[in-house]
Write a protein that binds this ligand. Structure first.
Ligand SMILES: C[S@@+](CC[C@H](N)C(=O)[O-])C[C@H]1O[C@@H](n2cnc3c(N)ncnc32)[C@H](O)[C@@H]1O
Length: 307
């Protein structure tokens, strides 16, 4: 099977998801990502550094990213967004902040076509956790134990030649299809956060692998504009896709590059024009570490595509 150069490569760019400098327009078949969630305190400082302090302004940061993703995607390319709602008390009292509904509307306004989505119900060790008035109605609250995998298409259906070999090799089995394409997923555990006191918002490898296999074919390019610990890009490389990861935070980007090294991916210096300056990150670990050199790395996956 002829596969073009670049299959299995990973490019890491330090940049801003709202611009995606360094990502060629119309070059990506799948965007798989999980952004910082608006109104989750963990991400307040980052949104503030991006100029967003109100709920609407936080959503606008993400809306700019959805527009940039649309520019990066091929016609028929897909966007899959893992996002959860938030519960938070403000001066107006306690309420739900409906991130999934806002993202559906904002991505549609950006020109995407909404498609059926997945409810990812994380198995929990605390099934009886509750908020509010406990056993007394009516002021108890439903537990938020689902995240959403929102799915969108950029324009018309993607077309393939008959019996396209890359598509044939990407086929899933009947049990995989039956399980993966049901709307509620209860068989994917959340992932342990990287280090005590350091919440990365990482999603599990299994989630990334499943979504990449559902929504792309071998040889495609998969982009994560909010790369974080790189779950999407490592999974994409393992599955014979090319991957691009964009990360704004200097320390997180440095860890991504170091991880690429540990995984045997050669690092280079593909530079992302307009990369943001390093910003100090508050929290238990203190200020961020050094950003590596000239903002960018290129790696090559040593593994062969799984077929
Ligand atoms: C929820 S985490 C992503 C976690 C990722 N899915 C994983 O498995 O590790 C969101 C990431 O987006 C990054 N980020 C926030 N704003 C950004 C922006 N404007 N451009 C690019 N990355 C950004 C954060 O630093 C954080 O690493």
């Amino acid at each position: 099977m002829a596969e073009g150069p670049g299959v299995g490569t990973v490019r890491l760019l330090r940049g801003d998801a709202r611009r995606l400098d360094g990502v060629v327009p119309g070059s990506v078949e799948l965007v798989l990502t999980s952004p910082p969630y608006p109104m989750i305190p963990q991400w307040d400082e980052q949104f503030r550094a991006l100029g967003a302090t109100s709920y609407r302004a936080m959503l606008d940061v993400l809306a700019d990213a959805w527009r940039a993703c649309r520019r990066a995607l091929v016609p028929g390319g897909l966007l899959a967004v893992v996002i959860g709602d938030a519960l938070r008390r403000t001066e107006d009292g306690f309420r739900l902040w409906p991130n999934h509904a806002a993202t559906l509307a904002d991505a549609e306004a950006a020109g995407f076509r909404p498609l059926p989505y997945v409810l990812w119900k994380k198995p929990t060790n605390r099934p009886n956790a509750f908020l509010g008035s406990g056993f007394l109605p009516p002021n108890a609250y439903v537990t938020l134990d689902c995240e959403f995998v929102l799915v969108f298409r950029n324009g018309p259906l993607r077309r393939f030649p008959a019996r396209d070999p890359r598509r044939e090799r990407s086929r899933f089995t009947r049990p995989e299809r039956d399980r993966w394409f049901s709307q509620v997923w209860e068989d994917v555990r959340g992932t342990r956060q990287a280090a005590p006191g350091r919440r990365t918002g990482a999603f599990p490898d299994r989630l990334a692998e499943r979504l990449i296999r559902m929504f792309s074919v071998i040889g495609d390019t998969v982009l994560d504009p909010f790369a974080g610990t790189g779950t999407t890009v490592w999974a994409a490389a393992r599955l014979g896709r090319s991957a691009i990861g964009v990360e704004w935070d200097a320390a997180t980007y440095a860890r991504l590059c170091a991880d690429a090294g540990r995984r045997g991916l050669a690092t280079g210096s593909a530079s992302a024009p307009g990369a943001p300056p390093a910003v100090p990150r508050p929290g238990p670990r203190g200020p961020s570490g050094q950003a590596p050199g000239a903002d960018g790395s290129v790696g090559r996956s040593p593994r062969r595509p799984r077929s």
